[in-house]
Write a protein that binds this ligand. Structure first.
Ligand code: ZN
Length: 100
């Protein structure tokens, strides 16, 4: 029996290659304000006029207190913002590795 997962060993998602949440959100034009584990930003998922989005700086998790947009990391944010599938977003963020 060959490997049951066809892509395994040829492609892989490298979570360690994702940008840090601080770098990523800055590159996305979000200004994170506040201190502590959760920062505030103007939400890009609805017409926001004051910071409604909460971003967990350590993990990249985000949650909007107004429109309910949420996700667990920068990858989820990227998928949601640009309507990408997991693999597309992973490639866009440079965390997709093609094996030898
Ligand atoms: Zn929102």
């Amino acid at each position: 029996m060959r490997n049951a997962t066809p892509t395994r060993g040829r492609f892989s998602f490298r979570r360690d290659r994702l940008p840090t949440p601080a770098d990523y959100y800055a590159a996305q034009g979000l200004q994170l304000t506040g201190r502590g584990a959760w920062r505030n930003a103007v939400c890009p998922f609805h017409k926001d006029t004051h910071p409604s989005l909460r971003v967990r700086i350590e993990t990249g998790a985000f949650r909007c207190m107004v429109c309910g947009a949420h996700g667990g990391d920068v990858l989820a944010f990227h998928m949601k913002r640009y309507g990408l599938r997991f693999i597309e977003a992973t490639k866009a963020l440079g965390a997709w590795e093609i094996g030898r």
